[in-house]
Design a protein around this ligand. Structure first.
Ligand SMILES: Cc1ncc(COP(=O)(O)O)c(C=O)c1O
Length: 392
């Protein structure tokens, strides 16, 4: 049987895998088993933010470490990493709960919100995605929830655009003072780089405070520099009560999630919730996460400055391309979306890009691109040339 047939037989997936057998990754490139090189404007979907095989992060740890640490014991690197996260995250976030991935990080946020407020309802954005567990599906777009009628929460949604009408609806929903948390990606990678109005974010935060609802910033995808700031919350001076991390927290070297909360929220659930996770923050994962975050802190200024330049270059090039029925180009840092034509149109372009050696993806009627922040100008040009060529 071919690999494709074996994959179909043994792996659970929604649909057949894309026909790329990955053999190697390096910088902004992915190589398949036949040696074909792809320029990677996908980064594993917001995972490899700092380039694949980044040797500063990948190098083996200096210290000997235990194979495993029982979660209830003390372990210095846990505290080191948690301190680093408290340092780089916005607002007054301080205490971190250890998770194995983004979904678990969001699930923890939902549980903390319910325990802290004694409420059971949530509000999220229509069309949003927050993970694959029953808890996270409960606060996803109504479409994601359809196959599972009896979900945990009573979650209501507000629909983009995120302007005045959305704020009015949010207030109607929060007014009854029975909503535990409002959850959103401050800049939504899942909603094809949806960028809320400043006024929306300011008011949303005020309304949450007024009505005793916690604000959960899901930065699993948009965190760690993706949108041109370390965290997308920074664009809006947002001070979330809870912030979820995953994906690029290890730069792609190992699975990890983290849920950081303010001291006030942590105190409100003390003794009630702990979140035991057997492989949450495994020693080998923690090592690489510490190296990754330290590297990010050291290189932050240069990294974000360079990414801003390349981001502007994407803006110029995309604006000059001949998309059919172009509706919008949305760019924040290295989160890039071009909304044009319809779903079939953007899927056809994506397929041609892949054939021509460029990885991009789609969300609804948009082509979305999440290149590494370390992308150089020459590779950006080469990738954008492929995209242009693939429009027809
Ligand atoms: C915004 C957001 N939250 C949570 C998740 C879930 O993360 P994971 O796939 O690591 O469980 C994702 C995954 O794509 C995501 O985009």
């Amino acid at each position: 049987m071919s690999l494709r047939q074996l994959d179909r037989k043994y792996l659970g997936r929604e649909s057949a895998a894309q026909d790329i057998e990955v053999a190697r990754t390096k910088g902004a490139f992915v190589y398949d088993a036949r040696g074909k090189r792809y320029i990677d404007f996908l980064s594993g979907w917001c995972v490899g933010n700092f380039g694949w095989d980044n040797t500063a992060i990948a190098k083996p740890p200096a210290r000997r470490r235990p194979d495993y640490v029982y979660p209830d014991f003390l372990y210095r690197p846990w505290v080191e990493l948690a301190q680093l996260l408290a340092r780089i995250t916005p607002g007054k976030l301080e205490k971190t709960y250890r998770a194995t991935g983004g979904s678990e990080a969001v699930d923890i946020a939902l549980q903390i919100s319910m325990a802290s407020t004694g409420r059971r309802k949530f509000v999220s954005l229509e069309g949003s995605y927050h993970g694959n567990t029953i808890g996270t599906v409960s606060v996803a777009s109504t479409e994601w929830r359809e196959p599972y009628p009896n979900l945990l929460s009573n979650c209501m949604t507000i629909s983009p655009p995120l302007g005045e009408r959305a704020i009015a609806r949010l207030e109607t929903l929060l007014k009854k003072r029975d909503v535990a948390a409002f959850i959103m990606e401050p800049i939504s990678c899942n909603l094809a780089v949806l960028i809320p109005e400043d006024a929306f974010m300011k008011r949303a935060q005020q309304l949450c405070r007024r009505y005793g609802t916690l604000f959960i910033a899901d930065e699993v995808a948009c965190g760690f520099g993706r949108t041109g700031r370390l965290f997308a919350s920074e664009y809006f001076d947002l001070e979330p009560d809870i912030l979820c991390m995953g994906k690029a927290i290890t730069g792609g070297f190992a699975p990890m999630g983290a849920t950081i909360v303010t001291a006030r929220v942590a105190k409100s659930v003390e003794g009630e919730v702990g979140f035991y996770s057997t492989y949450g923050w495994h020693p080998s994962t923690v090592d690489v996460a510490i190296r990754n975050v330290r590297w990010l802190i050291r290189n932050q200024a240069r990294l974000l400055r360079d990414a801003a330049e390349i981001s502007a270059y994407f803006g110029q090039r995309l604006a000059a391309m001949n998309f059919d029925d172009l509706k919008d180009i949305r760019i924040r840092g290295m989160a890039i979306a071009v909304e044009a034509g319809d779903g079939d149109y953007v899927s056809a372009i994506t397929a041609r890009c892949s054939k021509n050696g460029l990885m991009v993806t789609t969300a609804g009627n948009a082509i979305t691109m999440f290149p590494p922040l370390t992308l150089d100008r020459r590779t950006a040009k080469a990738g954008l040339d492929i995209l242009e060529k693939s429009l027809r």
